[in-house]
Design a protein around this ligand. Structure first.
Ligand code: ADP
Ligand code: MG
Length: 253
C-alpha cells in the first residue's frame, strides 16, 4: 500500500519549531478480533525532537509497526494521544489525515512498494501528482531527487530493471518528494544484503542531517538500529527501555 493514494490536495503546515515533533501520551491500540482483544500497544509515552533519528526495535509482535502506523495516521489510537507537528491525530478527520500525510510524511517500506509499470522518475512523481504539482515542475523535482540519490542514469528504468538497493533509493526519493518533515521507515533494509543495507543507512543518516529531517525507523536488526540517536526497545506493546547516545564510531558506513 502507498498511503497517500486518493489524496486530492495539500495544505501548508503552520507549526512552530519549539515543540517536539512527535509526542505520544499513554498511547494505546487494541485490535478486536471477534471476542478476542489484542493489545498491540499498552500505554506509550514518548517524545521525539525535530531532527532526531529514532529506531524502534523489539521482537515480532511487540507493536513496532502499530506505533509507526499510529504516527503515520494510518491507524487510530483506542486510548491516549498521538501528536505530530502540533496535530492530535486521534482527533483529526480523514481529510485532515490525508493532508497530514501529504505535507508532513514520507514513507519507506521493506518491499519498496514501487509501481512496477512505472519508471523510476514516474514513481517519484506520484506524490507530486497527488499534491497537484505542475507536470514540468514534477519532472524537474523528481529528476533532481534521483540525481541527489545517485540514480540519474536509472531514471527511465522500471523497478524490475533495478537492484534492491537502487529500488529502495527510488523509494526514498519518492518519500522526499513533497519536502516532508518526518520519514517513517518500516524495516527499510529488510530486503537488502548487509552491505547495501549499510550503504542505505549511511544515505538516510546523511539525508536527515542535511535536510533537517526526523526519522522514525522500525527494525529488528541492531546493526541498523545503531545508526540512530536513540533506540526505543518495545516489548509486549510497552517501552521496555531507551538507549541514548550511540557512539559516532559505531555508525561508520
Ligand atoms: P511488530 O511490528 O512489532 O511485529 P505489530 O505492531 O505488527 O508488531 O503487532 C503487534 C500485535 O498486534 C501483534 O500481536 C499483532 O498480531 C497485532 N496486530 C497488528 N495489527 C493487527 C490488526 N490489523 N488486526 C489484529 N491484530 C493486529
Ligand atoms: Mg512489524
Amino acid at each position: 500500500m502507498f498511503p497517500v493514494v486518493g489524496l486530492s490536495f495539500c495544505i501548508a503546515p503552520n507549526m512552530t519549531n519549539s515543540t517536539p515533533l512527535i509526542r505520544a501520551v499513554a498511547l494505546a491500540r487494541r485490535y478486536q478480533m471477534g471476542k478476542t482483544a489484542v493489545d498491540a500497544l499498552r500505554g506509550i509515552d514518548l517524545e521525539i525532537q525535530r531532527g532526531e533519528f529514532v529506531a524502534l526495535v523489539g521482537p515480532s509482535g511487540s507493536g513496532k509497526s502499530t506505533l509507526l502506523h499510529l504516527v503515520g495516521g494510518l491507524v487510530r489510537p483506542t486510548a491516549g494521544e498521538i501528536w505530530v507537528n502540533g496535530m492530535e491525530l486521534g482527533r483529526s478527520n480523514d481529510k485532515q489525515l490525508v493532508a497530514y500525510r501529504c505535507n508532513t510524511l514520507g514513507f519507506v517500506f521493506q518491499n519498496f512498494n514501487l509501481l512496477p509499470i512505472k519508471s523510476a522518475v514516474e514513481n517519484v512523481e506520484v506524490p507530486l501528482m497527488l499534491a497537484r504539482v505542475a507536470p514540468r515542475d514534477r519532472r524537474e523535482r523528481a529528476l533532481t531527487l534521483l540525481e541527489h540519490l545517485g540514480l540519474r542514469a536509472r531514471a527511465h528504468h522500471r523497478p524490475a530493471e533495478l537492484s534492491g538497493g537502487e529500488q529502495q533509493r527510488v523509494a526514498i526519493a519518492r518519500a522526499l518528494a513533497n519536502h516532508p518533515r518526518l520519514i517513517l521507515a518500516d524495516e527499510p533494509t529488510g530486503n537488502l544484503d548487509s552491505k547495501t543495507g549499510r550503504e542505505l543507512m549511511g544515505l538516510l543518516q546523511r539525508l536527515i542531517r542535511d535536510e533537517g529531517l526526523t526519522l522514525l525507523l522500525v527494525t529488528h536488526d541492531m546493526n541498523v538500529a545503531r545508526y540512530a540517536d536513540r533506540i526505543v526497545h518495545l516489548l509486549d506493546g510497552q517501552i521496555q527501555y531507551i538507549e541514548v547516545g550511540v557512539e559516532e564510531f559505531d555508525k561508520v558506513t
